[in-house]
Design a protein around this ligand. Structure first.
Ligand code: BG6
Length: 483
């Protein structure tokens, strides 16, 4: 679907996210014919550089970070032609007149992407207003982390609200841009089959796992001040939880969806200390030089920051009272896998002999890799062996079900940036949602700090500390295999 002509200014245009994700993503949209003739992308950053220098930098970034590059190479010059660059000082005056001149007199959608440290959000918003660029048509896109607790998130929201209306603010959570996340809504609200069973009467429990194999890499300085709770749970896992648990919105429109998500967050029970497992990865045995342990990676031998967290929570409302939600995420785990699993209850009574086996329906929603949705259904084991039950998967893996078109994967950032240009906020977090999520995570983190809690070490390449398994075992349940 084509979008209106636009100017997208990327503050932090020379940074890692811009080079790795934003610009390669825009290039793919360009190749897909979605970038209108006169749309422009304007990199803005502190580095002194001219337009040609920036164009060269992005040319190299696209070659490095765009997997389909060979296939699209012929179009690269056309895209590079759309790039402009302004060297700018977010806190001072340098470069602003030049940016204003570039933006003046065009009748286009204007979007400003704040791909910079949150410490600069206020300065950028203020400068945009001073230089007449914060008009009612403009939109701003802000990256996480959106605060580090409720207080700082409230302060950030208040600062942005001085210059922009909520309808102009796009807070990115890239998990919302993932294909399967949206498919989850299609499956829930586009089928008659699931919704009547989507409650504590039929659902035994729900698991959300976001496992990564990478460590903190070069992001140690940021990560050590955050930890898995702030970096992943407060935003990505919380958003997945909302989509799986929310009531059906009346319409698929931004505020209807976000109102329902907010209700879920506000209905979350506080998490009890013995319902959390916290871990920190250790070096990979025999490979310490290349895969150092967490404390070496962040350069603090006494760091108490967690790189893994697993927890159990409940949603206190009519639909979910009594159904536990188990969340876990960690770095340096055995496999990269993000999956939501809905485990249904057993049938109330089995008509078959005891040795026929007893099964539960399990709906798995896989975000990555191999995006898809699978429903485990119980059938008779084929053959003459009498009535024995087995589970078979009803597989809704998109690539298989929808053919080559279904396999065309659009990266989360590509989709979200195009939504900004279209003016669709459905997949962006509203200010009150972010605050409510912090209000739920703050006491957990404060509890750790008050108790001087030390995360349990776990081996790189494992499933996290044994406490995480214990959390499940106590409830006579177990984590799903995720590799
Ligand atoms: C980011 C976190 O938001 O999400 C990273 O800051 C994490 O620590 C990343 O690695 C995971 O994203 P994805 O899309 O690779 O699952």
């Amino acid at each position: 679907i084509p979008v209106d002509p636009f100017d997208l200014v990327i503050f932090g245009g020379t940074g890692d996210l811009a080079r790795r994700k934003i610009l390669p993503g825009l290039f793919r949209r360009f190749c897909a014919g979605q970038m209108p003739e006169n749309a422009r992308v304007i990199g803005a950053a502190r580095t002194e550089m001219d337009r040609a220098g920036y164009q060269q930098m992005i040319r190299e970034a696209i070659a490095e970070f765009n997997g389909d590059f060979e296939h699209e190479k012929a179009q690269l010059d056309g895209f590079i032609d759309r790039l402009e660059y302004v060297a700018i000082d977010a806190k001072g005056e340098d470069g602003w007149a030049e940016l204003q001149k570039l933006m003046a007199g065009t009748e286009r959608v204007e979007a400003y992407y704040f791909s910079v440290s949150p410490a600069l959000f206020g300065d950028l918003a203020e400068r945009l207003q001073q230089w007449g660029m914060a008009d009612a048509q403009s939109r701003i896109v802000v990256e996480k982390p959106f605060g580090r607790d409720l207080k700082t998130a409230q302060a950030l929201n208040a600062t942005l609200a001085k210059y922009f209306d909520e309808s102009q603010i796009y807070r990115i959570d890239h998990y919302l841009g993932k294909e399967t996340v949206q498919n989850l809504m299609a499956v829930r609200f586009g089928n008659m089959l699931f919704e009547p069973l989507w409650n504590s009467q039929y659902v035994d429990h729900i698991q959300i796992t976001v496992a990564e194999t990478v460590g903190v890499g070069g992001r140690g300085e940021y990560y050590d001040k955050s930890g898995a709770m702030r970096d992943m749970v407060q935003n990505h896992l919380m958003q997945l939880l909302c989509l799986i648990a929310m009531e059906p919105p009346a319409r698929f429109d931004p505020d209807a969806v976000r109102d329902e998500k907010l209700k879920v967050i506000r209905a979350l029970d506080p998490v009890l200390p013995h319902h959390i497992a916290r871990g920190q990865y250790q070096a990979e045995p025999c490979n310490e030089a290349e895969q150092p342990g967490y404390r070496t990676a962040v350069g603090d031998p006494r760091s108490r920051t967690e790189s893994f967290v697993a927890l159990k929570t409940h949603i206190s409302n009519w639909r979910w009272a009594g159904t536990p939600f188990y969340l876990r995420t960690g770095k340096r785990m055995a496999a990269r896998s993000s999956e939501i699993t809905v485990v249904f209850k057993e049938t109330p009574h089995s008509i078959f002999a005891e040795d026929a086996g007893r099964h539960r329906n399990v709906l798995s929603i896989r975000l990555q890799p191999n995006e898809g949705i699978t429903l485990g259904v119980t059938i008779k084991e084929p053959g003459p062996g009498g009535m024995r039950l087995v589970d078979v998967p009803l597989d809704m893996t998109f690539a298989d079900a929808l053919g080559p078109e279904g396999a065309e994967q659009v990266d989360a950032y590509e989709r979200l940036i195009m939504d900004v240009i279209r003016g669709n906020q459905t997949l962006f977090m509203r200010g009150d949602e972010v605050e409510a999520a912090w209000a739920w995570t703050d006491p957990i983190i404060q509890g750790w700090e008050a108790r001087n809690d030390v995360p349990k070490p776990y081996d790189s390449g494992s499933d996290g500390p044994t406490d995480a398994n214990e959390l499940m075992r106590r409830d006579q349940r177990q984590w799903r295999e995720y590799s």
